[in-house]
Design a protein around this ligand. Structure first.
Ligand SMILES: Cc1cc2nc3c(=O)[nH]c(=O)nc-3n(C[C@H](O)[C@H](O)[C@H](O)COP(=O)(O)O)c2cc1C
Length: 331
């Protein structure tokens, strides 16, 4: 039996709000932020909100889980940096599959420099869709990222130079295939041309046609801007990671979202730029092409482009988030 916390030991609503606000900086499919938080009796509950994501894009619902997994890990990082250790009970209500986690908080004696560094990375991280310079030196980074994924029971592969043309080909075919899918195109336009700036992807966060033409593995977004913010990068030299799970079970996909957050933050902390990609996971043929390249039986869930950005990070390019009052309910 756990001893009840005294009011001095329990996280206050003000502290909790601050932590959740940082967690909501997590990446999500098209910045849909498909999560809902409820704070009750000192425990924070995370729910998936499938209604926020277009069903012609995220056909399986996996991308909602990946996004929520990323928010869950971001939350744990933000809590640790604020002096709170978290313990997480995943899928605590067997009859409610959307109740993803119940998170309890305990005050820690000290905050490590590493906790602070990861919290800073949350605030700096953004999805970068420009061509990247190579992330050299790479081997040590690859080993570290792979170990981080392993901790979440997620396999990480890096598509090497010999596999890159096949991946680029499959990515192009994937996007070609979807040009005639009116429902998918409608959702894409909706999320990239949004009247409400607190959701969706702002035009400045997308690549111009000139920039996009030099990134061989990417979702085909509409281009709203012109110009070239990375003229010195003749073609994208990123490394492409594939994160895969044993199967598509909800716990494994959620865990992959947690690993995704961890990988993105480690890269950001190391000064590397990142772009998560799921367009190929949304069609059977694209996913199979990725799986063949990894040589695994495991299910690919997300690709991550990792490289060096040559663009000056402009805060204006940061995507907005919904107000915390929309996503957090305190009971
Ligand atoms: C599950 C998931 C899928 C995503 N898929 C793509 C994608 O296919 N292409 C892309 O450019 N960005 C993708 N993103 C990045 C989101 O568009 C991005 O996180 C969101 O717009 C918020 O912007 P930020 O990451 O800069 O904060 C994805 C993110 C997540 C978590």
């Amino acid at each position: 039996m756990t001893t009840p916390l005294t009011p001095q030991e329990a996280i206050s609503t003000t502290e909790l709000r601050a932590v959740v606000e940082i967690a909501c900086r997590a990446p999500s499919l098209h910045n849909s932020q498909p999560w809902r938080w409820v704070f009750e009796n000192g425990v924070l509950h995370l729910y998936a909100d499938h209604g926020r994501v277009g069903h012609h894009t995220d056909i399986t619902g996996n991308e909602v889980l990946l996004s929520c997994g990323a928010a869950l890990n971001h939350l744990r990082v933000a809590a640790a940096a604020a002096g709170w250790q978290t313990s997480v009970d995943r899928f605590p209500t067997p009859k409610n599959h959307d109740h993803l986690a119940a998170i309890a908080f305990r005050r820690t004696a000290e905050v490590s420099a590493h906790d602070r560094e990861l919290r800073e990375a949350i605030l700096r991280r953004r999805t970068d869709r420009l061509p990247f310079a190579a992330p050299e030196p790479w081997s040590k980074t690859e080993r570290e990222l792979s170990a981080l994924c392993h901790h979440f029971a997620v396999d990480m592969d890096v598509i090497d130079d010999s596999g890159r043309p096949a991946l680029a080909d499959a990515s192009r075919q994937n996007e070609q295939h979807r040009r005639d899918d009116a429902s998918y195109r409608y959702e894409l336009l909706w999320w990239t041309h949004h009247g409400d700036s607190s959701v969706g992807i702002p035009p400045a966060a997308l690549a111009s046609s000139a920039e996009a033409s030099r990134v061989d593995v990417a979702r085909d977004f509409p281009a709203y801007t012109s110009g070239d913010r990375a003229p010195q990068v003749e073609r994208d030299r990123s490394k492409i990671l594939v994160l895969s799970t044993f199967d598509d079970s909800r716990p494994n996909v959620l865990s992959c979202g947690e690993a995704l957050s961890r990988v993105l933050l480690a890269c950001t902390a190391a000064g590397l730029a990142t772009c998560p990609l799921t367009h190929m996971m949304e069609l059977h043929s694209g996913r199979e092409a990725v799986r063949r390249l990894t040589g695994r039986h495991a299910q690919p869930q997300v690709l991550v482009r990792v490289g060096r950005s040559v663009d000056d990070v402009s805060p204006a390019a940061n995507t907005q988030r919904r107000p915390i009052s929309d996503t957090l309910e305190v009971l």
